[in-house]
Design a binder for this molecule. Structure first.
Ligand SMILES: Nc1ncnc2c1ncn2[C@@H]1O[C@H](COP(=O)(O)OP(=O)(O)O)[C@@H](O)[C@H]1O
Ligand SMILES: [Mg+2]
Length: 329
């Protein structure tokens, strides 16, 4: 067992072998019936997570939120369809307190792993997976929708987060991420927009699309229409869509501001009053720096060629301002 002598390992079982990996977690067996989820040191963009980022993900403040959320989600989905995460306090190698995230182990694969052509695959595609388990999927989908009403945004709902328990033939949500934390970011007031807001919002919208698609399949298959209805769901979705419009507006405004700033910075460098003060080469160099990654796009190339052609003599401020605004669109 790894690190056992140094860690104050709070379990009777040693850490077992790896059985799964996601963008957030590395999943290891813990005895015959449990798994333990450590933070994946590589993030979703393939970069190393910092020590601080890893610690923050298991901080007491965060664990408190997640723990509360797990209790609510278990009530919403029911124990059959939800494997709750529990947090156990122990110590890391340096003797610092740390929370370990544990969950009952599901014997079986995720539904996503069971889809495809290979010998082990049970379902040929998503739709078949949903419709062959239609009653269970209906129950889970109602849970997912109720969670949207509860938290304001959907959890990380996809077939790679639902495992099929081979023994009891039940579909179990093993990962729902944190709708509380996503909701805090996505639904925050405009002043609190963060750089990660558009990214999380994109995920949230994808999840809503998925809910809609699965719901349509179930309704099409019959008998489910009324039983999929969840009070307050449509209103919650509307709020998210309004947020999307607000964020799009904000992103557009920001882009416009950035574009103006870039052009103005170019103008300041190149012109003093209405007179060009630099050589063609100097102007070109600065123009390239401002164009950044756009420098190789056809419009930029033609702009740079124009600067080279006309050179420092053609010192018309308006002309260059308009050209730059065009290219930096
Ligand atoms: N309780 C569990 N029992 C068995 N396998 C699990 C369990 N939880 C997760 N796994 C496996 O580990 C993978 C990643 O776990 P997950 O919790 O979804 O991590 P992430 O949050 O990084 O997506 C899952 O796709 C699944 O294959
Ligand atoms: Mg997952």
């Amino acid at each position: 067992m790894e690190n056992s002598s140094e860690d104050e390992w709070p379990f009777v079982f040693p850490q077992g072998t790896k059985i799964g990996e996601g963008r957030v977690s590395l999943v290891n067996k813990l005895g015959p019936d449990w798994v333990i989820k450590e933070v994946n040191p590589i993030n979703e963009r393939g970069e190393q997570r910092s020590k601080e980022a890893i610690e923050a993900m298991k901080s007491p403040e965060r664990v408190k939120i997640l723990n509360k959320e797990q209790v609510i989600l278990e009530k919403i989905f029911g124990k059959d369809h939800f494997a709750k995460h529990s947090f156990v306090l122990g110590k890391d190698k340096e003797g610092k307190e740390k929370y370990f995230m544990v969950q009952r182990r599901i014997l079986g694969q995720t539904v996503r792993e069971l889809i495809g052509e290979g010998g082990e695959c049970k379902y040929k595609d998503e739709k078949e997976a949903i419709l062959k388990n239609r009653e269970q999927c209906r129950e889970i989908l109602v849970g997912v929708k109720r969670a949207v009403v509860e938290f304001g945004v959907p959890g990380d709902f996809h077939l790679g987060n639902i495992a099929e328990d081979e023994e009891v033939k039940k579909l179990v949500v093993v990962d729902f991420d944190s709708p509380t934390l996503d909701g805090e970011i996505v639904l925050a007031p405009k002043e609190l927009f963060e750089s990660k807001t558009p990214y999380i919002l994109e995920n949230v919208l994808e999840r809503l699309e998925r809910i809609k698609k699965y719901e349509e399949w179930l309704v099409e298959a019959g008998r489910f229409e009324v039983r999929l209805n969840v009070e307050g769901y449509d209103e919650a979705v509307k709020k998210i869509e309004e947020k999307k419009e607000e964020i799009d507006g904000w992103v557009r405004e920001n882009k416009e501001r950035e574009r103006m700033e870039k052009v103005e910075s170019f103008m300041k460098i190149v012109f003093v009053g209405e007179v060009v003060k630099q050589t063609t080469d100097e102007i070109l160099e600065k123009a390239r720096a401002i164009l950044g990654e756009k420098v190789n796009e056809p419009e930029s190339i033609s702009l740079l060629e124009k600067i080279r052609e006309i050179g420092a003599e053609a010192g018309d401020r308006e002309f260059w301002m308009a050209k730059f605004l065009e290219v930096l669109r």
